[in-house]
Design a protein around this ligand. Sequence first.
Ligand SMILES: Nc1nc2c(c(=O)[nH]1)N[C@H]1C(S)=C(S)[C@@H](COP(=O)(O)O)O[C@H]1N2
Ligand SMILES: [Mo]
Length: 301
Amino acid sequence: MAHRWKNTLTAQDVTPYSAFLNRRQLMTGLAAGGIAGALPRSAAAQNSLEPNTFEEITNYCNYYEFGTGKEDPARNAHRLTIDPWTVRIDGLVDKPGDYSFADILSQMTVEERIYRFRCVEAWSMVIPWNGFELADLLNWVGVQSNAKYVAFETALRPDEMPGVSSRVLDWPYVEGLRIDEAMHPLTMMATGIYGKDIPKQNGAPMRLVVPWKYGFKSIKSVVRISLVEEEPPASWNVANPREYGFYSNVNPEVDHPRWSQATERRIGSGLFAKREPTLMFNGYEEEVAGLYDGMDLRTFF
Ligand SMILES: Nc1nc2c(c(=O)[nH]1)N[C@H]1C(S)=C(S)[C@@H](COP(=O)(O)O)O[C@H]1N2
Ligand SMILES: [Mo]
């Protein structure tokens, strides 16, 4: 189940470099075939497919409801109360309602997915998420045939979120996907990182993860999911439509008006590390390019 998708990195693909070294040391004493077999692993490690550490993932965050500094969410998000947590699922669905997070979880199969994560600001990480496919949730509530988009909304709690007194964005934070993007098996609702409950600064108790899109599409702490007919508003697109499109697929060939998107800085790679090339659809081209057949990706950026 977890590993149907070639570009879904698995624990085997992203063996930490230290583990690889240990294995290679072990294998050096073995047959030559063993060494050759270990070499591609070296290439993979140098290509930086090892996951970021839990500390990196949970201390370098964007969650503007808790402040615009990268360390503000880690410092402030403890104020968010997540128990109880209710998600309203409404619009063009057979079973609309207010679902508790616990009810949702009890219906879903949680698995590990190690995904590349690329922020529009040109930094990236590799994150071992735990979560379930959004499609499973949507199928459970029953999507009606006229639903064309899915709209998402983050909690808005001025008492708990010091960042919302600033009007950097229109609150609540909202996002949207086309229905085929939402139903794609790579699209998940994350409920954990490294096998632990997802920390509040990363979007507890559940947040969207769309690995082939810029990070801001992956909306945190979701309280509402609506199936709709028209393209829903998306916070960054509303704030600056010239700079942030509705689709926001990772694309090294379409630059942000103020910076290049051709390369990225891997968080944790060190001050003097080389920037890495950004991959089309963040490396998930084989799986998702078909969703955009016939679309001009410069127009629909
Ligand atoms: N509600 C909400 N969701 C959000 C954001 C935000 O400010 N508010 N920031 C987005 C951006 S720009 C990115 S890059 C990712 C960051 O996720 P992470 O902090 O877990 O790495 O969350 C996205 N989801
Ligand atoms: Mo981002």
